[in-house]
Design a protein around this ligand. Sequence first.
Ligand SMILES: Nc1ncnc2c1ncn2[C@@H]1O[C@H](COP(=O)(O)OP(=O)(O)OP(=O)(O)O)[C@@H](O)[C@H]1O
Ligand SMILES: Cc1ncc(COP(=O)(O)O)c(N)n1
Length: 282
Amino acid sequence: MTATPRTALTIAGSDSGGGAGIQADLRTFFACGVHGLTALTAVTVQNSVGVSGFTEIPPEVVTAQIDAVANDMGVDAAKTGMLATAEIISAVASAVDAADIGRNRRIPFVVDPVAASMHGDPLLRAEALEAIRTELLPKATLVAPNLDEVRLLTGIDVRNAEDSRKAAEALLDFGPQWVLVKGGHLSGDSRCVDLLFDGTHIVTFDGPRYDTPHTHGGGDTLASAITAHLAKGLGVPDAVAAGKKFIERCVAESYALGAGVGPVSPFWRLRPESVQDRSQDR
Ligand SMILES: Nc1ncnc2c1ncn2[C@@H]1O[C@H](COP(=O)(O)OP(=O)(O)OP(=O)(O)O)[C@@H](O)[C@H]1O
Ligand SMILES: Cc1ncc(COP(=O)(O)O)c(N)n1
């Protein structure tokens, strides 16, 4: 028997294409050396060109999954991804309270307020946005929206660093401890700058922008890497720094798969020779 690793729980939807959602979270947890636990919220029918539909899991089954792993295995950090409906969001809000997960509680809680896929297909029912604002954000140790989610949640259209700061302030009003405004969608910028703010401390994470169309699962991978590092005991700024380093490398080594957008890749954490290059099969 070897030492038991720390655990990280993802509460998210399945991506049949394997690049985003619960699949991205699990492979990131594995690459970061933590044991992944899952509470599935929805099953999407998805590939590299889009999401053609989804079925949500009954809220009481989402609750039961969280209770089952929290009561038996223990959770060292948790994150949310696709939550699909207001009913699931309410169930998650109650279940994380019961498991002592969340801001001002024992276990750190990262909220990735997923609203749509990168192809623009909805992953959250429109009426559920208010439940994210009022039921989930007050419980978040960290909320990590992209610029489209910032616009949906606050109405602020971020075009530069000053706007990011204003958006972070507006999001803090909903009650999370920290906000990470992700700059991946700031087109025209040669850098990818993410801004972290808790109302007092501002930290900017400034990295290169890689010229690739294949960034599917980037937001999930970043949030999972941050969650894994929180599970290992890092504080929020250090966990975000580690997550940013991790996602940069995953974007740099993303690959084409299917006719559309390929996934970011944590394969670099494995020995390169252990990953077979599929193009050599043909
Ligand atoms: N082309 C890129 N090169 C380097 N880093 C990137 C690139 N695109 C995004 N990132 C980084 O990836 C992370 C995710 O950012 P992004 O704003 O794209 O979130 P997202 O929209 O939730 O992700 P996605 O929709 O791709 O899953 C951020 O740390 C961002 O800076
Ligand atoms: C199940 C699920 N969860 C999250 C995303 C967002 O990822 P992306 O913005 O890269 O499409 C997704 N496409 N599918």
